[in-house]
Design a protein around this ligand. Structure first.
Ligand code: LHQ
Length: 267
């Protein structure tokens, strides 16, 4: 029997009253991603769905960093060998980004410290990104001859536009959380000692909301990046049709008319 002590688990997952908190847990290496962590990350994300009682997810990091991207120690044996980075993206990073963006619950990110390389992409793939005032975002890829990956070349221009995406990616400079908020890269930055408490309050609230409706909002907003206005109107028509069939819609209207607070089940 293998007994895992908490400090040996690369990912911690805690679910309380529909709110899941996923913590990247290799604090001594700024939660950089190694093989064990990919395995545990993917397995934890499989547990996040309304069917399994989860109605909101918070992703954060243990210790002083959020995530420093790929664990470069796993690349220490390169010594002239040509690594297959495409395979690494296909097997590990891309499935994680796809999964996070396709989850049928709101995903909040509490960026507690530096988010570098793929660590930045993971944070930016979440639906609402909060960051501690002392946190920063670094497109570290260019410093080691790589391109922003894990969605970086899509997420950055979509969020901050071409000029800023290129500046960040080609220079690899540290972007402060305050600047990230000012540029619209993230939703909000907060005082360090308030970050987790405030994100938890928002997460608990979201875990009581009409989960199905929220997941449809995510799909609609997601669709807008590739749709024309006309296609988007069709998508809204279809998704609103689904939203209108939920019991939470019935409850929302009934509660409004009764002048009481609604009790949503997520369905
Ligand atoms: C680390 C790391 C790290 C191991 C800090 N690895 N130990 C995808 C496809 C396939 C392959 C390649 O990559 C990718 C995606 C990517 O993510 S590529 C980008 C990889 N990440 C980086 O290049 C960032 C490297 N780290 C840094 O530049 C700095 O550590 C930052 C700016 C993030 C933080 O700097 P400091 O706050 O000064 O912290 P530190 O450098 O002192 O780090 C603390 C410890 O964490 C230290 O260990 P030590 O044993 O010396 O105390 C670092 O070695 C370790 N660490 N990042 N990525």
């Amino acid at each position: 029997m293998i007994i895992m002590k908490d400090h040996e688990k690369t990912i911690l997952l805690e679910v309380t009253d529909g709110l899941a908190i996923l913590t990247l847990n290799r604090p001594e290496k700024l939660n950089s991603l190694n093989k064990a962590m990919f395995r545990d990350f993917k397995s934890a994300l499989k547990k996040i769905s309304p069917d399994q009682g989860v109605r909101c997810l918070i992703i954060t990091g243990a210790g002083k960093g959020f995530c420093a991207g790929q664990d470069l120690n796993e690349r220490s044996d390169l010594k002239g060998n040509v690594p297959d980075l495409s395979a690494s993206l296909e097997k590990n990073y891309n499935p994680i980004i796809r999964k996070i963006t396709q989850l049928e619950v709101p995903v909040l990110c509490a960026v507690n410290g530096v988010a570098a390389g793929a660590g930045s992409s993971i944070a930016l793939a979440c639906d609402i990104v909060f960051a501690a005032r002392s946190a920063s975002f670094i497109q570290a890829f260019c410093k080691i001859g790589l391109i922003p990956d894990s969605g970086g070349t899509w997420l950055l221009p979509h969020k901050v536009g071409r000029a800023r995406a290129l500046g960040l990616s080609l220079l690899g400079d540290k972007l402060s959380a305050e600047k990230a908020e000012e540029w619209g890269l993230i939703w909000k930055c907060m005082d360090d000692d308030k970050l987790l408490e405030e994100v938890l309050t928002i997460g608990k609230q979201l875990a009581t909301q009409p989960t199905k409706g929220l997941s449809l909002i995510k799909r609609a907003i997601g669709g807008s990046f590739t749709n024309s206005l006309s296609e988007q109107l069709d998508l809204e028509r279809d998704l609103q049709g689904v939203a209108g069939e939920t019991s939470d819609y019935q409850e929302g209207v009934a509660a409004f008319l009764d002048k009481r607070s609604p009790t949503f089940t997520g369905n």
